[in-house]
Design a protein around this ligand. Sequence first.
Ligand code: CMC
Length: 429
Amino acid sequence: MSKQTLTITDNRTGETIEVPIGHDTIKALDLRQLKAQPDDFGMMAYDPGYTNTASCKSRITYVDGDRGILRYRGYPIEQLAQESAFLEAAYLLIFGELPSADELAHWNERIMRHTHIHENLADLLKTFRHDAHPMGILISAIAAMSTLHPEAKQVHDNQRRLQQIWRILGALPTVAAFSYQNRLGRPYTHPHSALGYIDNFLYMMNPMNQDDGEVDPVLARALDALFILHADHEQNCSTSALRNIASSDADPYSSIAGAAAALYGPLHGGANEAVLRMLTAIGDVKKIPAYLNKVKNREARLMGFGHRVYKNYDPRAQIIKKIAYDVFEVTGGNPLIDIAVELERIALDDEYFASRRLYPNVDFYSGIIYQAMGFPVDMFPVLFVLGRAPGWLAQWVELATDPEQRIARPRQIYLGEDERSYVPLAERA
Ligand code: CMC
């Protein structure tokens, strides 16, 4: 077997060091030995946006961006989306194995019990203005939950952690539905814990305004599969934010509120909302070439396209495109789908997008489905949060139980002023 080391020569000094390689990776701290002067700080790696930095060892989600592969705990996303259910996939992500029938029944029961939220939280949701963005409400509500459950600070206690996991997964759909009802001026529809997780969420939301409150099984199945597709995606922006916050032993509500804030941005989970607004602004297939020209002139971004990791195709986007047509069978079509399909066709044929390996990502079609199901556009990132919550929780548990993890504290390259003396106000130019 070849030697598992890397030899580095510092041409400033001629010094050579040999550092160990593990998992195709060297330890960044090993570079610190390289110094131009003995009293130098030592060499660091510069990596804005962490494009090539592994911040943890993880056993949860595997992504191969070049081959378009996504697996949760080894199981292909295509099989999970087709055969599993959201809470089962959540269990798999958090505990590492598929549950037995008894384990699954207990897991479902515990989570559905926790769909009933504290009255203070329900009251808090009423204090937002009617036009408040639902993500602002959700982020605030999750942060507020830490004040109601101070025992959640015991992040190194297994049982305490489990209680917060049940509570977070249970409460999020209720918080989302209550904030939607507030906006409409409707009374709260309280959770129906005998229903399944997704059915209960659709029952509380009633986005299609059905008189009988019945939940269409095709729509429930579609939303279930969409949530599975969103459930984890290894060290993305929001998960890294969560790990950063949780690395200081913050409670999980504060950490997840921070993760949700990171997800809110249009380059991440806010993209599904941005795609819908983009497709609506384009408005007509004839206007697609003009929009793509704007993108190429860097006056706009093609929202729902491109990914830091997937440079071939995003397997989630392919599954979602199929789900869209299942949903339209029930809801009737969404005129934006024609614009989206044509936009994808033209962009994939275009040298600008092909040479940059830009393909539709998970957010390109999800918004069109959510809109057809009756969800308002600004609720789309909230739906992403509901889907992503199990992944955040799995990553939080992994971090909390990983003896190699330390408080996140990156370095910087300081390029500011050298020491200088304070100038009194009267003497400044
Ligand atoms: N439209 C136009 N050009 C793009 C796009 C896009 N959506 N994405 C990347 N590019 C170009 C970019 O301008 C750059 O070109 P050049 O080399 O000439 O300067 C090249 O492609 C490489 O892009 P990058 O910005 O270095 O890529 P990144 O890995 O830093 O960013 C991204 C990844 C997802 C933020 C980006 O592709 C993007 O902004 N996409 C649109 C927003 C979006 O759909 N986000 C959802 C991501 S998937 C769901 C999730 O995880 O949240």
